[in-house]
Design a protein around this ligand. Structure first.
Ligand code: G3P
Ligand code: CA
Length: 321
């Protein structure tokens, strides 16, 4: 009787170790460093290189479709209209003001030349004729490529200080969950946000989906201070960001790379949180953070991150066909 139980216990322990030790390589906006951000070509590139997780951002159109966009408006740095004209700065129309059909008349396949944004992404290859994808299209693409292990870290792009810029937190969270469920992806997503209201809502609506508390702590840009972004939690009441993330019910804490220390990584992990800093593009920083024991990294350059991991002898995620 004992003999029959031992292999089972061993198998469970080994499986747990495998999961617990797996490093999470996340391609930021697909692979923004290499292809137009948050587009199907960027996601294809991430899959072709091999990532564990596709990081992406969502908004809701005027006709209620969950689309993939970092900005709540069409960003002139990456957007041309149907006539090929770059949109005028500082911003194009709100995503929420256009239907999916209207949005898809715009071309997102190229960086506007000579802009600071284009200069910050010198390796990005243009793919003209690329349109804003829906979240459902991303799920379809990953299914079509047979990438059955790839996960999705989906950010609700909503700003509590600009409530008119998007639909509200309830509408956004519900619409997102509907698409995730319809695609059968409940077991393969995490939901991340700087606006923790959407995370609290998701925890209630679908407790099986892990939530990721995003923080930014930089001079002049800090979402941990006044409670507006963090569903009422304030860092002054908790001491440090990991404790806030834990109090918010998150499974992971995702800080900006400049705000992470080795002590904070250990503190968060001792609270049972995964630590996945964003957005790390310098190989030396990648290497240092991996040395500190982070659970994953979000990078615009999955290729560079893979190289750093390979040098360390880490297991690399498989490339899709
Ligand atoms: O995953 C977090 C990271 O994506 C946040 O930065 O501005 O690129 O969405 P942003
Ligand atoms: Ca994001």
């Amino acid at each position: 009787r004992r003999m029959t139980h031992r292999p089972t216990v061993l198998a469970v322990a080994l499986a747990f170790c495998a999961v617990a030790s797996a490093f999470d390589l996340q391609g930021h906006r697909g692979a923004r460093g290499l292809r137009p951000e948050n587009t199907l070509p960027a996601f294809q590139q991430a899959l072709a290189l091999g990532v564990d997780t596709i990081e992406t951002d969502v908004g809701i159109t005027a006709d209620g479709v969950v689309v993939i966009s970092h900005d709540p408006f069409l960003n002139p740095a990456i957007t041309r209209d149907a006539a090929g004209q770059w949109l005028a700065a500082p911003r194009g129309p709100l995503i929420r003001s256009l239907t999916l059909a209207q949005l898809q008349t715009y071309d997102l396949g190229r960086l506007q030349p000579d802009t600071p944004y284009a200069k910050s992404l010198p390796e990005q290859q243009a793919v003209d004729g690329t349109h804003m994808p829906t979240l459902a299209q991303l799920f379809d693409l990953v299914k079509a490529r047979g990438a059955t292990q790839v996960r999705f870290n989906i950010e609700t792009k909503i700003n509590p200080t600009q409530p008119d810029g998007t639909v509200g937190p309830e509408a956004m969270t519900q619409a997102l969950l509907k698409v995730v469920r319809e695609a059968g992806m409940t077991g393969r997503v995490t939901i991340q946000s700087f606006d923790w209201r959407t995370l609290k809502l998701m925890q209630k609506l679908e407790p099986a989906i892990p939530t990721v508390c995003l923080t930014v702590q930089a001079p002049g840009n800090d979402n941990t201070k006044d409670g507006n972004w963090t569903a009422g939690l304030k860092i002054a009441d908790h001491g440090r960001a990991p404790k806030m993330a834990k109090a918010a019910g998150c499974a992971a804490w995702s800080p900006n790379q400049g705000a992470v220390t080795e002590a904070l990584v250990k503190e968060a992990q001792s609270l049972g949180l995964k630590v996945v800093p964003w957005t790390v593009n310098d190989p030396a920083v990648m290497d240092r953070l991996i040395g500190w024991g982070v659970d994953g990294l979000i990078s615009d350059y999955p290729d560079h991150l893979r190289a750093v991991m390979a040098k360390r002898g880490m297991v690399l995620p498989a490339a899709a066909k």
